[in-house]
Structure formats: structure tokens, C-alpha cells
Design a protein around this ligand. Structure first.
Ligand SMILES: Nc1ncnc2c1ncn2[C@@H]1O[C@H](COP(=O)(O)OP(=O)(O)OP(=O)(O)O)[C@@H](O)[C@H]1O
Length: 238
């Protein structure tokens, strides 16, 4: 279970998060939605330690991790797939994947098994394993970015707008890949602008506004798209 309790965080003196509280149950798929610049990426960064938490607490399986350095949080099972499908363009697909396992270089056999696991899940990465990552399509790059995070064997995967700038057919593939990860038992927190996609796959949603959680609801409990749209329009009027 990943838990945020009244997290306050920002950049220098600028506060972006003003007390964010969320729960991501083990094995759950939770989505964090919100307008542009509302602090969704900042929330993910505060979980992995890229942004310091000034007040409040981030807990993983009951342990406070605020003081754990970012580089050690990977070993605690946390991994972030950043926004923008960032890959090492001049390196091959396989070299990019291996970069995800850099902190456990000695486990050669396990690393080889994990590579095969990822190739089984993302066929296109297998076909293109020797190709420079800079030559991949947007969807392939997103898959590579997810695959690279999986090489760290995370128990909690944070995904920052995996559907951004992708064609609807590719968004469906990414959504399917995320659901597959969930069936493997991973705990998933997904930041999305694509409300439809989030409602299709998540079991619980949070909406952030003004640096706080302004709305939360279990998906499937009759969550209404109109209600959310109204909420977003309301947010824009503020
Ligand atoms: N490194 C930084 N230094 C200073 N301000 C930053 C930094 N990164 C983000 N911000 C600011 O923090 C606010 C929240 O940014 P954040 O990236 O968390 O938003 P977001 O909800 O993920 O938005 P989007 O959906 O547009 O990616 C924005 O006003 C942004 O300009």
C-alpha cells in the first residue's frame, strides 16, 4: 500500500502541493486526474523522491519513506515512468532496457529472464531489440519506457501520462499493457489527461485541484462522465 498523508511539496519557495492525501492499495490501479499544471507530476516526483516533501508523509507498506534518498527508493520497489516517453535515443532498445537494471548488474541470469519477460509482453520491442531507440514510433517509445522501468522489478509503478500524444489505437494498446501489469500483481498509480482511458481501466480516481485532492470516487460506483466534465469545467472557471 502506498499512502500520501497531507503532502506539502514544491520548487524552492513555490508550493505546488498543499496537503495531498491519497491511498493506492496493493495490487490496485488508481488514477490521478487534473488540469494542466495542477501538480500531478509533482505528486509522482514527491513519491519517488525527486521533489522533497516539506510537510506530511509518504508511506510505503506502513513505512515512512520521506527520508529515503531517491536512488534507494528503486530498491524499495518504487519506479516512475516519466512523462514524455524519454528514452536514450542513441542506444538500442535492448541497451535501454538493460539501463533499467543497472542497480542489480550482478544478477545476470535474472536480468536475462526479465528481458525475455518484457519481450514476451511487448512483442514489438523484441522485433526491434537491435534498433536505436530514437527510431521508434511514439507508442513503441512509451512501451520501451515502461519496459525499462519494469527491469527494476518494481512492486509499485507510477506512470506519468502514458497516453499523451498517441493515436487512439495506440492508446488502447497502452491501456491493455497497463491492465496486463495489473494482472501480474503490480500496484499502479496512473497520471492521465485522458479521462476516458483512466475511467476505463482504473478502480479508483482522484482529481487534484489547487494542490489538494478535490474529488475522489470509486470507479464502477456509477461515476458519471458528465459529473467529471462538470468538475473540470468548474475547475477552469475558478
Ligand atoms: N522544476 C520546476 N521548477 C519550478 N516550477 C516547476 C518545476 N516543475 C514544475 N513546476 C511548476 O509546478 C506546477 C505543477 O507542475 P506539474 O508538472 O506537477 O503539473 P501537472 O499537473 O503534471 O501538469 P501537466 O498535466 O501539464 O503535465 C506548474 O505550475 C509548473 O510550472
Amino acid at each position: 500500500m502506498l499512502k500520501l498523508e497531507n503532502v506539502v511539496a514544491g520548487y524552492g519557495r513555490t508550493r505546488i502541493l498543499n496537503g495531498v492525501s491519497m491511498n493506492v492499495p496493493s495490487g490496485g490501479l488508481v488514477a490521478l486526474l487534473g488540469g494542466n499544471g495542477t501538480g500531478k507530476s509533482t505528486t509522482l516526483k514527491s513519491i519517488v523522491g525527486l521533489v522533497a516533501v516539506q510537510q506530511g508523509q509518504v508511506e510505503l507498506n506502513g513505512n515512512a519513506i520521506n527520508a529515503v534518498p531517491a536512488e534507494e527508493r528503486v530498491a524499495h520497489g518504487l519506479s516512475l515512468v516519466p512523462q514524455g516517453k524519454e528514452v536514450f535515443s542513441a542506444m538500442s532498445v535492448e541497451e535501454n532496457l538493460l539501463m533499467g537494471a543497472f542497480h542489480r548488474r550482478r544478477d545476470r541470469k535474472m536480468i536475462a529472464e526479465d528481458l525475455e519477460g518484457i519481450y514476451g509482453r511487448f512483442r514489438r520491442l523484441k522485433e526491434r531489440r537491435r534498433v536505436d531507440a530514437g527510431l521508434l514510433s511514439g507508442g513503441e517509445r512509451q512501451m520501451l519506457s515502461i519496459g525499462r522501468s519494469l527491469m527494476a522489478r518494481p512492486s509499485v509503478l507510477l506512470l506519468d501520462e502514458p497516453s499523451a500524444a498517441l493515436a487512439p489505437r495506440v492508446v488502447e494498446e497502452i491501456a491493455e499493457a497497463i491492465l496486463n501489469l495489473r494482472s501480474l500483481g503490480l500496484t499502479l498509480l496512473l497520471v492521465e489527461q485522458n479521462v476516458g482511458m483512466a475511467l476505463d481501466i482504473a478502480d479508483y480516481i482522484y482529481v487534484i485541484r489547487g494542490g489538494r485532492i478535490a474529488y475522489e470516487r470509486e470507479v464502477g460506483s456509477g461515476i458519471a462522465m458528465e459529473e467529471l466534465q462538470e468538475f473540470y469545467l468548474g475547475a477552469e472557471r475558478h
